[in-house]
Design a protein around this ligand. Structure first.
Ligand code: ARG
Length: 487
């Protein structure tokens, strides 16, 4: 079958013997199509490290509680370590007939060490096993992405500091609104991505409970020690309800939600990059390293990486919605539908990792056309609010009245095709007699920027302080992946 070829696994024919792990009561083997739809080894082999870690912890606990002998545990440990080496070396023969990663490893263990291997599955089920493996996998993925988000935050802050005073037009409705600085704009994404980081870490905290020992759905009659396995795997505690342990996937959904929101943020920044480097804007330029050419139009420099980040946001959200739909109608406890939880999570993780890396590359790469940005920062009557604020501050006009006066002045300038600062004092005084020549001081882009000193505002001094504060904060956080906390 094509699906199996693609996954590089053996395809077993119809009439194959029944599954060696559970085939006791089965006289015949599965139809080929049954095997194809049932097998998950093509994708869940990605869980092999977590599966082996889980089995090592389980075996150590079985020995400690006297459920298996110390000798058996030593053999199991050696066997699993050897199997890990086989998988690492690419010599492990993944079998579709053995369905999934759990049975592939367990069958190989029995093949290598005999009787002792067959004792490993005491007091556990694939249901708690897969729930454990998957939580461990998502936890590792979060740690990897956390390091990547942190790197991107550093890059954004560094560029923000560099451009703390570079004016650009700030937009609402994509219409020129008021001048801001490019650094301030980048720091907006720093705030978003820092919250994304927080969401991932919240999800991590909630998922960090061990389902191992819930067994099939009801717990077990063996005197297991769930605290011991939880501790060994770096979980904070065991999950409290066996049914919930094997049937819930909200940890994966919460992770995908956090990724979807982050991907939405990356997509918005990607979209802005696309706009900024289009010729009519020409606010930024991406180098050859982050653009592609057109096969027909020699002048083109296409921002493909930004476009693909924008698209991956759609697919990551698709993964979230897809898994929500898989889960929403399932009665407790485990159902095989839940095997379909892994591919969307794996795919979304790859897409998020690639998006973060490409965004980091583009932000480092982009060069700013400061002249063009400054020109547009002052165009479109962007300092009209500054004029109105002057009328309020100096002439004590009520803001609404000042807004009307300013509106009339904008109309006058627009009709003549000139800017507000090009109106004469007489033009101004015709609308409001109290205006003095000092008003021209607030109509420049730099004056407008410098005046925005309210907390969180775009004044270059503010932007410098915020970027510096962030860089300091980031340098004192250790990404989890560097803490050596992995199972
Ligand atoms: N491959 C399965 C999954 O990913 C493992 C659990 C199978 N459990 C079962 N009772 N069939 O969901």
């Amino acid at each position: 079958m094509a699906a199996n070829k693609k996954n590089g696994t053996n395809t077993h024919q119809a009439g194959a013997p029944s599954n060696a792990q559970w085939g006791g009561r089965f006289a015949g083997g599965p139809a080929a199509i049954m095997q194809d739809i049932n097998a998950s080894i093509g994708f869940d082999k990605a869980l092999w490290r977590q599966d082996i870690a889980g089995s090592l912890a389980h075996a150590a606990m079985l020995a400690k509680t006297g459920i298996i002998s110390a000798g058996d545990e030593a053999q199991i440990r050696k066997g699993l370590t050897d199997i890990a080496a086989e998988i690492e070396a690419g010599t492990f023969d993944f079998s579709t007939a053995l369905e999934d990663i759990h049975m592939n490893i367990e069958a190989r263990l029995s093949e290598r060490i005999g009787e002792a291997g067959k004792r490993l599955h005491t007091a556990r089920s694939r249901n708690d096993q897969v729930a454990t493996d998957f939580r461990l996998w998502v936890r590792d993925a979060i740690d990897g992405l956390d390091a990547q988000v942190t790197a991107l935050l550093n890059t954004l802050c560094t560029r923000a500091l560099e451009h703390a005073a570079t004016p650009m037009p700030g937009f609402t409705h994509l219409q020129t609104a008021q001048p801001v600085t490019f650094g301030h704009h980048l720091l907006a994404y720093v705030e978003m991505l820092a919250r994304d980081r927080g969401r991932l870490s919240d999800a991590r905290r909630r998922l960090n409970e061990s389902p191992l020992g819930a067994a099939a759905l009801a717990g077990t009659s063996f005197p297991i020690d769930r605290d011991m396995t939880a501790r060994a795997l770096g979980f904070d505690r065991p999950t409290a309800n066996s049914l919930d342990s094997v049937s819930d996937r909200d940890f994966a959904l919460e992770y995908l939600s956090a990724l979807s929101i982050m991907a939405m943020h990356l997509s918005r920044l990607a979209e802005e990059i696309v706009i900024w480097c289009s010729a009519p804007f020409s606010f930024i330029r991406l180098s050859d390293a982050f653009t592609t050419g057109s096969s027909i139009m020699p002048q083109k420099r296409n921002p493909d990486a930004a476009e693909l980040i924008r698209a991956k946001g759609g697919r990551i959200t698709g993964a979230l919605v897809g898994l929500l739909m898989v889960m929403k109608g399932l009665p407790l406890a485990y159902a095989k539908d839940m095997q379909e939880d892994k591919e969307p999570v794996f795919a979304a993780t790859d897409a998020a990792a690639l998006s973060l890396a490409a965004m980091d590359g583009m932000i480092r790469d982009l060069s700013v056309n400061a002249q063009q940005m400054r020109a547009y920062a002052g165009a479109g009557f962007s300092t009209a609010t500054d004029l109105a604020d002057w009328l309020v501050r100096v002439l004590k006009l009520p803001f609404r009245t000042a807004h009307h006066v300013t509106g009339r002045l904008v109309g006058k300038a627009e009709a003549r095709g000139i800017d507000l600062s090009q109106l004469s004092l007489e033009d101004m005084q015709a609308e409001e007699a109290g205006i003095t020549k000092e008003i021209f001081d607030v109509l420049t882009v730099d004056a407008s920027l410098a005046s925005r000193t309210s907390f969180g505002g775009t004044a270059p001094d503010n932007v410098r302080a915020q970027a510096t504060r962030w860089l300091e904060a980031l340098s004192s956080t250790t990404p989890r992946s560097a803490e050596g906390e992995k199972a």
